[in-house]
Design a protein around this ligand. Structure first.
Ligand SMILES: Cc1cc2nc3c(=O)[nH]c(=O)nc-3n(C[C@H](O)[C@H](O)[C@H](O)COP(=O)(O)OP(=O)(O)OC[C@H]3O[C@@H](n4cnc5c(N)ncnc54)[C@H](O)[C@@H]3O)c2cc1C
Length: 470
């Protein structure tokens, strides 16, 4: 092992948060090194290329209310982006419903009985809240309060539990705000009656930015920017974080049989919060390791099937709540950009939400593809003989699980990490926050500015404060 190269800043993880920080820091000539475990950059926002087909790890639409981030991304893409119309559906019991919900469409699909139940429960909930201010403790409480019990039971419960793997009553109430910003039955009704334009709610946005060759082009552009002057190491996991006397001294990486030390004045981590703590040497106190064990992530498997047909659907996303179906969401990248498949062919990307301990995660790729194709056939999307290729990817740590207890564990961990004067945590897994791409990039910008200003006091901004005002 070498005795360590020295840098001004070492960044752990080359997702959008780490790359944005690296990009901003490398411009003013700070000596920065970015280290990434995977062979390619982009993290959750990367694009896979396979025999001429391209797809993202679950469709990623870029949308932001932050003008600076909007300008930054358009600049990174050098003006090469599409303005895509969004149209999404929920496929429930063989019927398609618009998402975001449109009242008239939902009522047509549900019939008189279902519609009456929704209207009755919604009115009852409003009346109840008028006279009795019951405490909202969970995601379930928050959603029932906003939409009424029947709407929650029909459209929210099953899908949410499929995504998160825990009961809605155990999920934190904040999730409701982050998940469906600004959406309520009232907004849906106003939209249905008076047409689009239901405020600035992200959930209701009808257009989004998409690079023609996939969302990963943003990360690739950021990487190119850094590499004009500084290295981005890929395929190189950080395996140890050495610290002493309240400072991070160095990180150790491993590549094949070789280990290397990288020393720096400042360290920025965007790798999952609990992974970071497990790499600490010496180990953190037992209470902190316990808190880290209490933070859990939901993992994701992507099963993509390539189809010998120009197009299967006309949708951006199709949500599939039913528990009997192995995946929860489908997208067809060619509806986002025609360049995502060779001419005359298309592909369907299915998202299977699970835990690494599940049998599904451990199942062989062939079995997963077989089950996926069988379901797609049952749902009437394709015929088995049209499938010309497939690819399975397993993505650990896709969703931080925001259960009711997570905030206490997260707080303990961040307080502990705050005692290290030269460590900054950013990004989605890095701060254990439900961040979208623009929020992850905001956290990268905040930390770069903090380091450039030499101002550790403002660390709260990179603790996930970026989205706290939303
Ligand atoms: C299915 C899905 C769909 C989504 N759709 C959207 C969308 O439509 N719009 C939107 O705005 N956002 C969307 N998001 C969220 C978006 O993906 C994230 O906000 C964003 O990619 C987070 O970037 P990040 O850099 O914070 O984290 P990550 O992308 O997780 O980056 C962390 C990086 O650290 C690396 N790493 C981990 N351990 C180590 C180690 N030991 N050593 C070195 N490197 C390591 C990882 O490989 C990874 O590259 C979606 C997320 C998912 C899961």
């Amino acid at each position: 092992m070498n005795d360590g190269e020295a840098w001004d800043v070492v960044i752990l993880g080359a997702g959008l948060a780490g790359l944005t920080a690296g990009n901003l820091l490398s411009e003013p000539g700070v000596d920065v090194l970015v280290i990434e475990r995977e062979e390619s950059v982009g993290g959750l926002s990367r694009t896979i290329e396979h025999n001429g087909f391209r797809f993202d790890l679950g469709g990623h639409r870029f949308i932001t209310e932050n003008q600076r981030i909007d300008d930054f991304v358009k600049d990174i893409l050098d003006g090469d982006f599409l303005d895509v119309d969004r149209s999404s559906k929920i496929l429930l019991n063989g019927k398609y419903f618009d998402y975001p919900w449109r009242l008239l469409n939902a009522f047509r699909g549900l019939g008189v009985r279902g519609t009456s139940a929704i209207l009755f429960d919604y009115s009852a909930e409003r009346l109840r809240r008028l006279f009795r201010d019951t405490e909202i403790k969970s995601f379930e409480d928050a959603m029932v309060c906003r939409f009424g019990r029947a709407m929650f039971d029909i459209f929210v419960k099953e899908y949410s539990e499929k995504v998160w793997g825990i009961e809605c009553g155990l999920m934190a109430k904040e999730l409701a705000e982050w998940r469906i910003q600004g959406l309520s039955l009232w907004v849906a009704a106003r939209d249905a009656l008076f047409g689009p334009g239901g405020g600035n709610a992200r959930t209701l946005a009808r257009k989004f930015l998409f690079p023609p060759l996939g969302i990963g082009m943003i990360a690739e552009g950021l990487r190119r920017g850094i590499e004009k002057s500084h290295p981005v190491l890929t395929g190189v996991p950080v395996v140890r974080v050495n610290h002493s006397a309240g400072r991070i001294d160095s990180v150790m990486t491993r590549q094949g049989d070789e280990t290397r030390l990288h020393r720096a004045g400042e360290f920025v981590s965007s790798i999952p919060l609990n992974t970071l703590l497990r790499l600490f040497d010496p180990k953190p106190p037992a209470g902190i390791l316990e808190a880290a064990a209490g933070l859990r992530f939901r993992d994701l498997m992507i099963v993509t099937v390539m189809i010998d047909r120009p197009r299967v659907t006309d949708q951006t996303w199709i949500y599939v709540p039913g528990h009997e179906i192995p995946f929860g969401r489908i997208h067809e990248p060619t509806n986002w950009s025609e360049k995502m498949a060779p001419r005359g062919k298309t592909l369907l990307v299915t998202e299977h939400f699970c835990f690494r301990q599940d049998d599904a995660w451990k199942a062989g790729d062939d079995a997963l593809v077989e089950a996926t194709v069988a379901s797609l056939e049952d749902l009437g999307f394709i015929q088995g003989h049209e499938v010309i290729d497939s690819l399975v990817l397993r993505i650990p740590n896709a969703y931080p699980i925001l259960d009711i207890g997570h905030e206490e564990n997260r707080g303990k961990i961040l307080d502990y990490l705050d005692t290290f004067v030269n460590l900054h945590v950013i990004g989605r897994g890095g701060t254990f926050r439900y961040l979208n791409m623009d929020h992850a990039m905001e956290s990268g910008i905040a930390v770069a500015e903090e380091i450039l200003a030499g101002n550790k006091e403002s660390r709260s901004r990179s603790r996930g404060g970026a989205e706290a005002h939303r």
